[in-house]
Design a protein around this ligand. Structure first.
Ligand SMILES: [Zn+2]
Length: 457
């Protein structure tokens, strides 16, 4: 297979060369963060260490404390709005970005400098190169612009890389499809569930994705899927599917030229280890996991200037594989593509981070509601639906039930930014003696993407 390199020196270099380069950047980031971040200084004081105690990578992973989402939120509360970790004068901030979703546990605030953005773009350039996108290619960018980094981050990255980007985030699916046909768009960047939805729309209109559209490459992001989904979509579109794993702060890893389906098995996210230190740890023992084992992803981004931090626990559960697991020979460690899940019960729905406990607060704070059950699934035409069935207390009149359902729908939309389908439960729901939010929810979307009945041959 033809290999496509963005940074030939790193991608074709040895593991030793990568580790030496990484250590140089890590040491520099450690000094910078300690000198400029109040949060980091407090963490080091509590651990009774200073940067002088860190003389090797092993020292770093054994001694430096972890940073959690909770730490970042507490830090912001202490010194709003950016926290004591703001490491630059405010006039150097170029676009403030927040984690998506306004519900549940709160949004992290990140101050991006020009250099932070250049680093972010560099990760995107490497992924785009692996996908095979070339300057001038027509690519659909379907994410809306918001305070989340994804939408404008990709648009700016595409522009700098040289793509002809179509920013269609604000349009409905039909309009997006019109643009795709009219301009013969040849690459799309999309989530797995939206790809399912778009494909179903095309077929409903009596069109054929491969015959009527010019798409040759699809880059997916941010969602787990069964391998059969990739097979099905590649056959329908006659296009190659790639996938990447990212966070608000960085593109963390991506599939190489081998794609999301590497000759009948799952591909790998090649971790961009020249951009960040990636660890995969057992969340109980906090020790690194063995090859093939699942663990929590921990990230220390390099050259981060605005809101730096060390050893951030992503809360993502992923299967670790060492460098050499893929036949492309790149020196990066890897994660299995398409199987990243969460350790907590956060759900990514319609691109937003939704915490079930925030939903639960709204429902169970109503006196009329006795119990509820939540379910996320995909409709036959590929739409993501969040359905909540409410069991009312005895004696609540039918008109009252209707009114309560309407209220809850409004409150949930205000709080989370997405629509919920609320209905009355058929009969009695199971009772839980204590707070058991995750037991009340099921997520059937991966099963939804595996559906065979949508195949027409
Ligand atoms: Zn590879």
């Amino acid at each position: 297979m033809e290999r496509r390199y963005f940074n030939r020196q790193i991608e074709t270099g040895s593991r030793e060369a990568l580790l030496a380069y990484q250590w140089k950047l890590l040491k520099e980031q450690l000094e910078y963060t300690y000198t400029h971040s109040g949060l980091c200084q407090r963490q080091f004081r509590a651990a009774r260490i200073t940067p002088d105690d860190i003389k090797s990578l092993a020292d770093f992973t054994n001694k430096v404390p972890f940073t959690t989402k909770k730490d970042l939120l507490a830090d912001q509360q202490e010194q709003p709005p950016y926290g004591t970790r703001l490491a630059i004068p405010e006039n150097e901030i170029r676009i403030t970005y927040l984690t998506s979703g306004t519900s549940g546990r709160g949004q992290e605030v990140h101050a991006g400098t020009m250099q932070d953005w250049e680093n972010y773009f560099e990760g995107l350039y490497m992924m785009y190169t692996w996908v095979g996108w070339k300057p001038g290619d027509r690519v659909m960018q379907p994410l809306p612009y918001s305070t989340a980094a994804g939408g404008f981050g990709h648009t700016l990255g595409m522009l700098r890389y040289g793509l002809n980007a179509f920013n269609l985030g604000m349009y409905d699916t039909k309009t997006k499809l019109d643009y795709m046909r009219r301009f013969q768009i040849n690459g799309i960047f999309i989530s797995a569930s939206y790809l399912e939805n778009v494909t179903a729309e095309i077929e409903k209109m009596g069109q054929d994705p491969a015959r009527d559209y010019a798409v040759k490459t699809i880059l997916m992001a941010g969602q787990a899927y069964p391998l059969s989904f990739v097979h099905r979509m590649e056959a329908k579109w006659q296009a190659k599917i790639f996938d990447y794993y990212g966070s608000t702060q960085l593109a963390l890893g991506a599939t190489c030229e081998n794609g999301a389906d590497w000759s009948g098995r799952r591909g790998y996210y090649h971790m961009l280890e020249h951009q960040a230190l990636h660890e995969v740890i057992n969340p109980e023992t906090l020790q690194p996991v063995a090859p093939g084992e699942e663990g929590e992803v921990v990230v220390t981004p390099f050259r981060k200037r605005g809101s730096p931090y060390l050893r951030f626990r992503q809360g993502d559960k992923a299967k670790f594989f060492p460098y050499g697991s893929c036949d492309c020979g790149r020196p990066f460690n890897m994660l299995e593509a398409g199987t990243v899940a969460r350790y907590d019960d956060m759900m990514k729905i319609k691109g937003m981070n939704i915490w079930p406990e925030a939903v639960e607060d709204i429902i169970l704070s109503r006196d009329e509601a006795a119990e509820y059950k939540g379910r996320v699934f995909m409709t036959p035409d590929g739409k993501e639906v969040v359905e909540v069935a409410i069991e009312f207390r005895p004696g609540v009149a039918p008109e009252m039930k209707k009114r309560v359902i309407g209220r809850i729908e409004n409150d949930l939309r205000d709080r989370t930014g997405i629509g919920f389908a609320i209905k009355e439960a058929d009969g009695e729901l199971p009772r839980y003696v204590f707070k058991a939010t995750s037991l009340r929810w099921t997520d059937e979307r991966v099963k939804g993407l595996d559906r065979k009945r949508m195949d027409k041959g």
